[in-house]
Design a protein around this ligand. Structure first.
Ligand SMILES: Nc1ncnc2c1ncn2[C@H]1C[C@H](O)[C@@H](COP(=O)(O)OP(=O)(O)OP(=O)(O)O)O1
Ligand SMILES: Nc1ncnc2c1ncn2[C@H]1C[C@H](O)[C@@H](COP(=O)(O)O)O1
Ligand SMILES: [Mg+2]
Length: 210
């Protein structure tokens, strides 16, 4: 039987009242989500929250919740929705207290239900940026990153499982937001700066509202 997930009651009122724009950042493992988010933060001053980073921080914290996560992440599978959503909510509330003017939620949603639950409990996303990269390129980038990242999941066996999880669970997220007219599909095979040019062209269309 799956272990019980520890959950706290989270008061979302300040987050809802702030009503700042929220962008979901989606793409395969190694597609460049974190790289592009760093550049978006520098230009637009949005708050970058990576669900993977939040999970890794939770593991490092030594909390009971963190202890349940290591094995899941090292297997390339998805962490249960409630755990990720609670971590994202907590981080968003802290950022709102500090005056955040909007969010890049990187690596979330990983499955359609995550997007639906986030949007029903918090707020609708303004846009979903999808970094579209071929599997061969993803593997090359991740193996390159493995040389310095220290990430336990940057190894060929876990990379293969993460790619499988992306195809089976996350690809439907792309179709879901495309059907809602919210998806921006970006060919992310080029250079970091060329890709960022496309990102900027799309974000500038909504910048007046950021
Ligand atoms: N356009 C690019 N061309 C070449 N390398 C790139 C490009 N963008 C990012 N990289 C490099 C930086 C990293 O070493 C690696 C993965 O990028 P990164 O931004 O960490 O991806 P990601 O955040 O989507 O991965 P993950 O889902 O595993 O967190 O690829
Ligand atoms: N949104 C998420 N849902 C479930 N599991 C997640 C989510 N974000 C990250 N994870 C887990 C599973 C991933 O393989 C690892 C690393 O994430 P990454 O975005 O590659 O840093 O964490
Ligand atoms: Mg990342």
């Amino acid at each position: 039987m799956a272990p019980t997930v520890e959950r706290k009651k989270i008061d979302l009122a300040p987050l809802k009242a702030a009503n700042v724009p929220i962008f979901f950042i989606v793409g395969g493992p190694g597609s460049g989500k974190g790289t592009q988010c760093d550049k978006i933060v520098a230009k637009y001053g949005l708050t970058h929250l990576s669900s993977g980073d939040l999970l890794r921080d939770e593991v490092k914290s030594g909390s009971p919740r963190g202890a349940q996560l290591t094995a899941i992440m090292e297997s390339g599978a998805l962490v249960p929705l409630e755990v990720v959503l609670d971590l994202v909510k907590e981080a968003m509330l802290i950022a709102i207290e500090k005056g955040s003017k909007g969010f890049l939620i990187d690596g979330y949603p990983r499955e359609v239900a995550q997007g639906q639950q986030f949007e029903s409990e918090i707020q609708e996303a303004k846009l979903v940026l999808f970094f579209d990269v071929a599997e061969e390129t993803l593997v090359k980038r991740l193996l390159g990153r493995a040389e310095t990242s220290g990430r336990a999941d940057d190894n060929i066996d876990t990379i293969k499982k993460r790619l499988h999880t992306f195809v089976t669970s996350t690809a439907p997220v792309v179709d879901y937001y495309e059907s809602k007219g919210k998806l921006v599909r970006i060919n992310a095979e080029g250079t970091v700066d060329d890709i960022f040019g496309v990102v900027v062209a799309n974000l500038d269309k909504v910048t007046s509202k950021i």
